[in-house]
Design a protein. Structure first.
Length: 228
């Protein structure tokens, strides 16, 4: 007669399963960042992890699902310093303004934040390859954009609304303009991810020109009403 499984043994199995999952995840992340999704095979992942394809399918279901788990982790790492403790994109924006007040007025802070994401890509290999080079191709544009814009639309709309209230920019539909500016940032990031050596300076300069063109003044502060 087989002895009953003890609570200690159940926990041990759970722990072993989690260690297996973590090992597969860590190896896949390293290979996806170093070689790219399409150049990395399932066989290579499990061989490097010292596990079987059965273990990979059990924990992740597919290579794509494994990539998505890695993508979401890298995406969260990028956002975590800004979004930790926040309840919405608007809250993230409020804290971002406080943290970067030395950059200038509301619009300059927003512009530098948006452009800065693209500028740092050449120095962030995992972010460049996983988030912006392979992410759209593996996940599909719609799923990739939804993941990328988590809180970003609210963040941008809050920035645009504040800049409008301070009369730094003209009147706009904040959500519509936010979506368009995020699309510019996304396309710029994708261009840099594919060829950072040639595109980074060029696309970042163009992004700055787009933001500057939305200003209604050339000063660094909000425009005040003239007394008539």
């Amino acid at each position: 007669m087989t002895p009953p499984v003890t609570r200690h043994q159940r926990i041990s199995r759970d722990e072993r399963a989690e260690l297996t999952r973590q090992q597969l995840f860590a190896v896949a992340r390293e290979l996806f960042a170093a070689k790219g999704y399409f150049e990395t095979s399932l066989e290579e992942i499990v061989l490097e992890a010292g596990l079987t394809q059965g273990a990979l399918y059990h924990h992740f279901g597919s290579k794509r699902a494994l990539f998505k788990a890695v993508f979401e982790a890298v995406e969260w790492e990028w956002k975590a310093p800004q979004v930790r403790g926040a309840d919405s994109g608007a809250d993230v924006w409020k804290q971002f303004v406080i943290d970067h007040a030395a950059w200038g007025d509301t619009w300059e802070i927003y512009c530098r934040g948006m452009v800065g994401t693209v500028e740092q890509l050449p120095d962030e290999h995992a972010g460049r390859v996983i988030l912006y080079r392979d992410g759209p191709a593996v996940l599909g544009w719609e799923e990739w954009r939804t993941a990328h814009r988590l809180w970003a639309t609210e963040f941008s709309a809050a920035a645009i609304s504040q800049a409008m209230e301070e009369r730094i920019i003209g009147k706009h539909d904040p959500l519509a303009l936010a979506s368009m500016l995020l699309a510019i940032q996304e396309e710029a990031a994708v261009m840099v991810a594919h060829d950072e050596a040639h595109h980074t300076t060029r696309v970042c300069d163009e992004m700055r020109r787009v933001f500057a063109s939305l200003r209604v003044t050339t000063g660094s502060g909000p425009t005040r009403k003239r007394r008539g």
